[in-house]
Design a protein around this ligand. Structure first.
Ligand code: HEC
Ligand code: HEC
Length: 375
C-alpha cells in the first residue's frame, strides 16, 4: 500500500518533469510505459525491477565484435581499444574518474558500463546516441578517445588477414565498412548481459540473496529510488535532473564543466540543464568511481548523496548498508564467451612512442590501478 502511494506521488512528480521533455522524448517514454505496463500485466508482478534475459545473437558476429572490441586497431596510434575504457574486469567501465584516450588525453566524463547497455533506451549520459551501433561509431572518430577516421581504420582492418576472412564470410555483400564494423561490435555488446543473484531472487528463490540485500531492496523501493531506477536495467529508461531536490553541483563544489550540463548539450533547452540518463545499477558495485563526473569513489557515499539530492532524505546508516547489499546482489556473471581467448589476443599495434602501458593492457587490473593512483 505504502509503495502504491509512493508510486503515485512519483508518477505525479515525473509527469510534471516530463512536460519539460521534447515531443520525441514524450512519445518515447509513452511507448516505454506501455511496454512496461504490458510486461507487468503479463507476468502479474508488481515489482518495479524485471529479471534480465539474454538477447538472441549471432555468435559469429559476436566473436568478430569481441576481437574488434579488444583490439587497438581502431585507434589512431594503436594504443586504445574499447576495452581500455570499458574493462570486463571493472564491471564494463573504468577505474578512473574520467576516461584517458589516445596520447594519454583526459576526457571530460566517466565511462558508463557496456554490460547490459543494450537495455538502455538511449546511449551516452546525455542520450545523444540512439542505440549501440550508433554509439560505437562515436569513440573511434572522437579525437581524444580513439582519434582516427573510419577510412583509416577500415584500411588497417582490411590489411589484417584474420579480419579480412571473417568480414568476407559474415558480410559478403557489404565488406568492411563503418556499418559492418559497428554492427559486429554492437552484436558483441548485446551478448554482454549479466544475470545476477537478484534475478534469481525475482524468479522466486528467496535465498539467492542475503537477508540484508532483501531488506535493502525493500528500502530501495520505500524511500523512492525506484522512481528513477526502474525496469530491467534498474535505470536506463529516462532522463532525470542530477540534483532534483537539492543542488548537487553546489554540494560537490568546483567549476561546472560542459559535461555537467548533460542533456542540455544535445537539445540546448534550458530545462534540460543537468539532466542525465538515469544509469543502470546492474554491476554498480564493480564500477567505481560513480556519477558522470566520477567524483565519488565509495558506493555507500553515492547512495547517501542520491538520498539527499534526488529525494531530500538523510538515509540512516543501516538503510545505506542494506541498499549497498542489495546493489551488490545486482552484480552478475559474464556470459561464457565474453572474454577474448588468449590465442586471439591481437598483436601489439602501437605506432610511434605513444604507447602507454596502462592503456595497452586494458584487461589487467594492476595497470589500471596504477593509472587511478596517478590520476
Ligand atoms: C577513451 C575512453 C573510451 C574508449 C576508447 C571507448 N569509450 Fe565508450 N565511453 C567512454 C565514455 C567517457 C563514455 C560516456 C560518454 C558520454 O556519455 O558522453 C562512453 C560511453 C559508451 C557507451 C554508452 C553506455 C551508456 O550507458 O550510455 C557505450 C555502449 C560505449 N561507450 C561503448 C564503447 C565501444 C563499443 C567502444 C569502442 C569502439 C568504446 N566505447 C570506446 C569512454 C570510452
Ligand atoms: C530523481 C531520479 C533519481 C532518484 C530518485 C534516484 N536516482 Fe540514482 N541516479 C539518478 C541519476 C540521474 C543518476 C546519474 C547522475 C550523475 O551521474 O550525474 C543517478 C546515479 C546513481 C548512482 C551512480 C551510478 C553510476 O554508475 O555512476 C547510484 C549508485 C544511484 N544513482 C543509486 C540511487 C539510490 C540508491 C537511490 C535511492 C536512495 C537513487 N539512486 C535515487 C537518478 C535518480
Amino acid at each position: 500500500m505504502r509503495q502504491g502511494i509512493f508510486s503515485l506521488i512519483f508518477a505525479l512528480l515525473f509527469s510534471v518533469g516530463c512536460s519539460q521533455c521534447n515531443e520525441a522524448e514524450e512519445e518515447e517514454s509513452a511507448s516505454n510505459e506501455t511496454e512496461a505496463t504490458e510486461a507487468t500485466e503479463a507476468e502479474d508482478t508488481p515489482e518495479p525491477i524485471e529479471a534480465i534475459e539474454p538477447v538472441d545473437v549471432n555468435m559469429d558476429k559476436v566473436f568478430l565484435g569481441r576481437r574488434l572490441y579488444h583490439d587497438p586497431i581502431l585507434s589512431g596510434d594503436g594504443t586504445v581499444s574499447c576495452a581500455s575504457c570499458h574493462s570486463l574486469d571493472h564491471g564494463g567501465a573504468e577505474p578512473r574518474a574520467t576516461s584517458t584516450g589516445i596520447g594519454g588525453q583526459l576526457g571530460p566524463i566517466n565511462s558508463p558500463t557496456v554490460l547490459n547497455a543494450h537495455y538502455n533506451f538511449r546511449q551516452f549520459w546525455d542520450g545523444r546516441a540512439e542505440d549501440l551501433q550508433d554509439q560505437a561509431g562515436g569513440p573511434v572518430e572522437n579525437p581524444i578517445e580513439m582519434g582516427t577516421t573510419f577510412p583509416e581504420a577500415i584500411e588497417r582492418v582490411q590489411a589484417d588477414e584474420w579480419y579480412a576472412e571473417r568480414f568476407a564470410e559474415l558480410y559478403a555483400d557489404e565488406g568492411i565498412t563503418k556499418e559492418t564494423i559497428t554492427d559486429a561490435i554492437a552484436e558483441y555488446e548485446r551478448y554482454l548481459i549479466t544475470p545476477s543473484p537478484f534475478d534469481e531472487y525475482l524468479a522466486g528463490n528467496e535465498e539467492a540473496i542475503s537477508a540484508e540485500a532483501r531488506r535493502g531492496y525493500e528500502t530501495f523501493k520505500e524511500v523512492g529510488c525506484t522512481a528513477c531506477h526502474v525496469g530491467v536495467n534498474v535505470g536506463g529508461t529516462m532522463y532525470q535532473k542530477m540534483g532534483l531536490v537539492q543542488d548537487y553541483f553546489e554540494l560537490r563544489g568546483g567549476e561546472i564543466t560542459e559535461a555537467d550540463l548533460g542533456r542540455f548539450n544535445v537539445t540546448g533547452e534550458e530545462s534540460h540543464r543537468h539532466l542525465f540518463k538515469v544509469p543502470t545499477l546492474r554491476n554498480v558495485a564493480d564500477t567505481a568511481p560513480y556519477f558522470h563526473d566520477g567524483s565519488q569513489e565509495d558506493l555507500a557515499e553515492a547512495v547517501r548523496i542520491m538520498g539527499q539530492v534526488q529525494l531530500g532524505k538523510e538515509l540512516e546508516d543501516q538503510q545505506v548498508s542494506d541498499i549497498v547489499a542489495f546493489l551488490e546482489s545486482l552484480s552478475g556473471e559474464l556470459p561464457e564467451h565474453a572474454r577474448l581467448p588468449e590465442d586471439e589476443q591481437p598483436p601489439s599495434r602501437a605506432t610511434g612512442d605513444a604507447a602507454d602501458p596502462a592503456v595497452e593492457h586494458p584487461e589487467t587490473g594492476e595497470a589500471a590501478e596504477e593509472t587511478l593512483e596517478e590520476g
